[in-house]
Write a protein that binds this ligand. Structure first.
Ligand SMILES: [Mg+2]
Length: 259
C-alpha cells in the first residue's frame, strides 16, 4: 500500500461523538468518503484500549491503530485491544512509593475498584469495567490541599511519573501526549499530511502538530483560547458542534484537497 493522501486523527467525546448521545451518525457521509479513499482514521482519546476497540468496531476503523489513555499508549490493531498491561503495573508501583501520608490522599481507579469508579464517574457498571482496564495511565481523585498536591507531584516527578489535570481527575502516567503518538503512527503510514480534530484543552498539542487542525465547537465546555495556528490559517473552528461539525470540516478539506 502506498502513502495515503491524508491521515485523520480525531478526538471522540464532543468531537466525533455527540456530547450527549455519543452518536457519530451525523458524520457518516464524511466517514464513508474517508473509507472509500482508504484514508486512515485514527481515534485519539482518554479512553482505554478496551473502550476504544468497541467504538472502532462500531465505526469500522478497527484495522487502524488508535491513541489511548490520552497519548500515554497506543492500541495496536493486531492485538484487538486485549494486549499487555503496558506499563500500568510499574506505574502503580511508582505511585505506591510516595510516602503514605501523601499517597493516602490520592484515590486512583485501581484503588476505587469497579464500584468506586461507577460512583466517581457516573459511568454504567459495564462502561466502568472497560474504563478500569488500564494499561498506561491512572486517573484518580486527590483529596488534599494545594500544598499536599505539590508534594505529591514532586515525589511522583522524581519517579518519572507525570500528571495531567482534566476536569475533576488527576491522571498519572510515564508521559506521552496525543501529539507524540501522532508522529509514531503517521510515520508508519509514510507520513501523509495530517488532519486533526478536537474540542478540548487535551487536544491542543494534537491540533498544533497537524497540517490541518479543526477545533470542533463545544457548547458544553469552555471555549479554547485562540491558538497560534489559527492566525496562520492552519487551524479553523467549526460553527456546528460534535459530529455535525466533524462531517462538514472533513468534507470541506477533502474538497479543498481535490479528493
Ligand atoms: Mg473531547
Amino acid at each position: 500500500m502506498g502513502t495515503p493522501p491524508l491521515i485523520v486523527f480525531t478526538d471522540l467525546d464532543g468531537t466525533l461523538l455527540d456530547h450527549e448521545s455519543y452518536s457519530f451518525d451525523p458524520a457518516r457521509t464524511a466517514l464513508e468518503r474517508l473509507r472509500a479513499l482508504e484514508i486512515p482514521l485514527i481515534l485519539a482519546s482518554s479512553k482505554t484500549a478496551a473502550e476504544i476497540v468497541e467504538i472502532q468496531r462500531a465505526i469500522g476503523c478497527q484495522a487502524f491503530p488508535a491513541i489511548v489513555e490520552n497519548g500515554a499508549g497506543l492500541l495496536d490493531p493486531a492485538t484487538g485491544g486485549a494486549s499487555s498491561d503496558g506499563r500500568y503495573i510499574e506505574l502503580l508501583a511508582a505511585i505506591n512509593e510516595v510516602s503514605p501520608s501523601i499517597r493516602s490522599q490520592f484515590e486512583g481507579f485501581h484503588d476505587l475498584g469497579p464500584k468506586g469508579i461507577v460512583q466517581a464517574t457516573g459511568l454504567t457498571p459495564e462502561a466502568a469495567r472497560l474504563a478500569a482496564k488500564r494499561q498506561f495511565s491512572e486517573p484518580g481523585l486527590f483529596y488534599g490541599g494545594p500544598e499536599d498536591l505539590d508534594a505529591f507531584l514532586r515525589a511522583l516527578g522524581k519517579l518519572g511519573v507525570k500528571a495531567r489535570r482534566g476536569g475533576r481527575f488527576l491522571t498519572l502516567s510515564f508521559g506521552g501526549t496525543k501529539a507524540d503518538r501522532m508522529d509514531e503512527i503517521a510515520s508508519g503510514f509514510g507520513n501523509p499530511p495530517r488532519l486533526a480534530l478536537g474540542d478540548a484543552p487535551n487536544d491542543v498539542e494534537m491540533l498544533e502538530a497537524a497540517d490541518h487542525g479543526v477545533i470542533i465547537a463545544n457548547p458544553h465546555g469552555a471555549d479554547l483560547p485562540r491558538l497560534p495556528g489559527e492566525a496562520a490559517g492552519l487551524i479553523r473552528r467549526t460553527a456546528l458542534p460534535g459530529p455535525l461539525g466533524w462531517n462538514s470540516a472533513v468534507l470541506d478539506l477533502l474538497y479543498q484537497m481535490d479528493l
